[in-house]
Write a protein of this length. Sequence first.
Length: 359
Amino acid sequence: MIEAEVIVPMATWLAFTPGLELFSSGQGDLYYASNDLDPYLKNNDDDDDDEEIEDMTIKPTDLMVACAYNEDDVNSLQVNLLEETEDGDLNMFVHHELPLADFPLCTAWMDFNLRGGDKGNFIAIGTMDPGIEIWDLDIVDEVQPHMVLGGHSKKKKVKGKKAKKYKKGSHRSSVLGLAWNKEVRNVLASASADKTVKIWDVAVGKCAVTLEHHDDKVQSVAWSRQSPEVLLSGSFDKSVAMNDMKDGGQDCHKWSVEADVESLAWDPHNEHSFVVSLENGIVQAFDTRTASSSSTSGRPTFTLHAHEKAVSSISFGPSTPNFLATGSTDKMVRTNFAEFGKPYILILSVDNIYFLKHR
């Protein structure tokens, strides 16, 4: 059973005038406007309340880590707080938890404020359901997403059978990948098992563009930071596609890879370079200047046998050029250094891993 940690503000449910006798003997059976005014109530719980408030308070030095979580068929989004203790150690605990209707597959954090104003704190979540849930992370006791992009609408009977009906613009299957555009902040890209990529305008909650250039499930999407109109997508059809959204995504270039695509990442230090991680443990890098409409062209700039199993996650170091971290279903994280087309592994970690942080 999922329970969100909630701070309930002190409130007066029934307020009576101090000193007014109600069904009393006049010997002190009084109702007070607040517990603070009642001399018979001891504030033994004050210390516990203060400790709970301190735990829920987010300090400028704290880090928040959101994790999609599943256990015993219960799905949730755990918002963890990572803090430094007085003795210098790190402590992480669940700050609050949000219930999810289906098995979570991917997430994308966004600071576009769906409630209006400058910046917000929202997260989009893709699940086994075709709908994309968007939650407000600043509300600790939320039980429903702020918005759902697409998904099922009301079912209607067709010839005695219940047929699935979808909202306009919705995916038709699981959402496998999400990417928020950090420059055009109201734009979210989604990849689906229905073989499509969709571009959403979260300001109005509608699908703006649907791309159908892949022949199998689309696993990953990634926006270019240097050219925010350029989108990468990787598929189980063993290809990576690059679309220029200035013309609605009609301009598409492809690269072929040797296995199903797991993850994509743009190189923050080289606007023409990106890497793709594959189901067979291989990581390959490509130069966008070799792009062609043919998926058989464009040889990789390097190939790294990073893991023995699928490389499910990949990320560049933001401050050090050519520094790359890979995570795999073999329960290992490796840090790699790739320069002049000759990548090599620096560190192999098999210890407990809490998170990978990318500022």
